[in-house]
Design a protein around this ligand. Structure first.
Ligand code: ZN
Ligand code: FE
Length: 252
């Protein structure tokens, strides 16, 4: 399987999963760039995967399925207006045309029904984890988001993380405010600034890279705990409280 980004809107990535003339797309918020991709590649659309219900992730689906009647795999808990194959935590999704299967991981927080798809070292996580950042907690609680990120953090460190937005550069600026002394963050800023200057994608990253630089996965790092302590006015009582303090800081 070969994975390529299709750019949409300002900073969305619709991931194209290609194999042997077939392609599945993840989170097609806009149909037009996907239709152009199909035209240019000659690939046949075989499936659509959806992580959550926001329009910048599902807005293109009606137009795509009107032309190509393919299954739409997505969360059991939301986006029912477009999802034809609702999936729950732990369920396996098979796409024979790609020779691939994915495990569904429920990751509530950004939205209540948000899911991620994991397949043999690849993670499609929508708006849950970003490069050096995480999604805003719109519907769930900060505790839920912390638990969801904990599920992702437990995946193999070599996992490639395919998120849905090019936010890495601004997320890294915040990461550096949380941990000014973290040299992994400084090095990543140099790399990502170069990529952005030449209009290249800063994603996918590896989970290992996120564990070293993403303040929203680093609730056990002494520097992050110290930053949370300053924000809270007292030492955080748990990993979840550390995460919540950093997430609230980012929101403010
Ligand atoms: Zn979203
Ligand atoms: Fe989004």
């Amino acid at each position: 399987m070969k994975i390529e980004p299709i750019k949409a809107f300002e900073d969305n990535y619709i991931w194209a999963l290609r194999h042997d003339g077939h392609v599945a797309v993840v989170d097609p918020g806009d149909a037009a760039p996907v239709l152009r991709f199909l035209e240019a590649s000659g690939d046949r659309l075989c499936a659509i995967l959806v992580t959550h219900r926001h329009n910048d992730h599902i807005g293109g689906i009606n137009e795509l399925v009107a032309r190509y009647p393919v299954p739409v795999f997505g969360p059991a808990k939301e986006a029912a207006e477009v999802v034809t194959h609702p999936l729950k935590d732990g369920e396996i999704l098979r796409i024979p045309a790609l020779g691939a299967e994915f495990t569904v991981i429920e990751v509530p927080g950004h939205t209540l029904g948000h899911v991620a798809f994991y397949s043999a070292g690849l993670l499609f996580c929508g708006d849950t984890l970003f490069g050096a950042g995480c999604g805003r907690v719109f519907e769930g609680t900060l505790d839920q988001m912390h638990a969801s990120l904990g599920k992702i953090a437990a995946l193999p460190a070599a996992t490639l993380v395919y998120c849905a937005h090019e936010y890495t550069q601004s997320c890294l600026r915040f990461a550096q405010r949380v941990e000014p002394e973290n040299h992994h963050i400084a090095a990543r800023i140099r790399r990502v600034d170069q990529l952005c200057a030449s209009d290249e994608a800063s994603v996918p990253s590896t989970l290992a890279e996120e564990l070293a630089t993403n303040p929203f996965l680093r609730w056990q790092s002494p520097a992050v705990i110290a930053a949370a302590t300053l924000r809270l006015g007292h030492p955080p009582g748990s990993d979840a409280e550390t995460f919540a303090a950093i997430r609230r800081w980012r929101d403010g």
